[in-house]
Design a binder for this molecule. Sequence first.
Ligand code: ATP
Ligand code: MG
Length: 403
Amino acid sequence: MAFALVRDGSGSTQVTLKKGTADPALFALFADLPRESVVEVEGTVRRSERANRGLELTPMRVEVVSRAEVPLPLGVVDKVGADLDTRLNHRVLDLRKPAVRAVFELRAALLTGFRTAFVRRGFLEIETPKLLRQGAEGGATLFGVDYFDRRAFLAQSPQLYKQMLIGAGFERVFEIAPAFRAEPSDTVRHITEFTSLDAEIGYVDGVEEVRGHLEAIVAETIASARSALAARGNPLAASLPEIALPLPRIPFRTAEEWLGRPGAERDLGAEDERAIGERVAKELRTPFYFVVDFPSAVKSQTFYARRQDADPRSTWYFDLDCRGLEIASGGLREHRLDRLTANLASAGLDPAKFDGYLEAFRFGMPPHGGWGLGVDRLVQALAGLANIRETRLFPRDRYRLDP
Ligand code: ATP
Ligand code: MG
C-alpha cells in the first residue's frame, strides 16, 4: 500500500494505492513523490473507517504539477516543533501548517469584525501618511529615511493626523494601518512594524464615551470573529472569550497599591502589567480590563494627553489590557491650543516643528478622544501565542528584514 495526504486550504484527504491492483507506473510515481509537492489527483472516492473524515481516494491519474525539493528545510506535518527562528526563516512552509494558518484566519476575522463594528457606529475609515517630517511618540523609536535631499520619518502612529481630521470636522474616524517603531529591546511583545487600529471621536462628553466605544467594539468584534471561525471549523473559535460589559476600570493608583508601590507614579512595565493581570484573573475573572487615570507624571512625553481639570496631576488616559498584556492606550486629548503648546514645551519639544498639527487647533477644534490598539497584540493575547512575531505573516524586528 502507498498512502498520501493531499492537502489544500480546506483540509486534507487520504489517497490510497494498493500494489497489485494499481498501475505499476502510477504506484512507482506515487511511492517516490516528495512531501509537499503540488499534485493533481483524479480517482474514486470511497468510504473508509481508517481515513480521516471517513473518506479515501483511489487514484486513476496522478500528475505532479510542482515537485518539492528534498530535504525540506522545515517539516510541515512533523509532530516535533522547530524553533521560531527556523520557522520564520522558512515562513512559506511554516504557514502551510493548519495551526499556523488558523492564526491568520483569526486575524482576518478580527479585521473584518472591527471594520463592520466601526462602520455600524458611523466611523469613517481614513488613511493618513506614513512618511512624516515629525514623529508623535518620542524620538527614540523613530525610523529615519532618506527623502530626496531631506530627512523623513516613518509614522509611529497616526496620532497627529487623526486629531487634525477631527479639526476638519470628520467627527468619528478610524484607521487600520502599519505603524513603525525602532524598538531597541528584543521582547516577545514588540516588533518594528505592527498594525495599529486607531480611532478618534469628536465632540466627546468625557472619557467614558471613548472607553464605551472601545469596549463595545472589541466585544462585538470578538463575538463576530468567534462565529466566523466556528463556521470554518477553526479551533481558535473555542478560545475566544465571551466578554461581559462594562469591563472593570482599575485606577492607576489602585494598580500601584497592588504592586506594592503606592503613589510612586511610575510607568507600568511588562512585569507590572503581568502582575496586574494575575490579580485581575484571580479576583475579577475577566480577560479584559482597563487601567485608568494615568498620572500626568507618567504621560509627560504624551503632549496631546489631556490633564484632568480638577486634578492636573492626573490625565484622562487609560490602557486596555488582556491577561496582563497591554492591547490599547487612549484617552481624552488636549484640544485647547494654549495648553497643548505648554505641554509640548514641557515635553522638551519645539512647537515650531509641529506647526502643521497646531494649525488644526487655531480655527476651532472640538473636544475629542480616541485610542490606538495593537492588532498584533490582540491576536497574540486571543490565540495565546508566546511571541508576537507569530501573529504576523512576515514579522520585522531589530534583526529580521527577511523573508
Ligand atoms: P509598550 O509600553 O507596550 O511598549 P506603548 O505604550 O509604547 O507600548 P502605545 O504608544 O500606547 O504603545 O501604542 C498603542 C498600542 O500599539 C499599544 O497598546 C500596543 O498594543 C501597540 N504597540 C505599540 N508598540 C508596539 C510594538 N513595538 N509592537 C507591537 N505593538 C505595539
Ligand atoms: Mg501605551
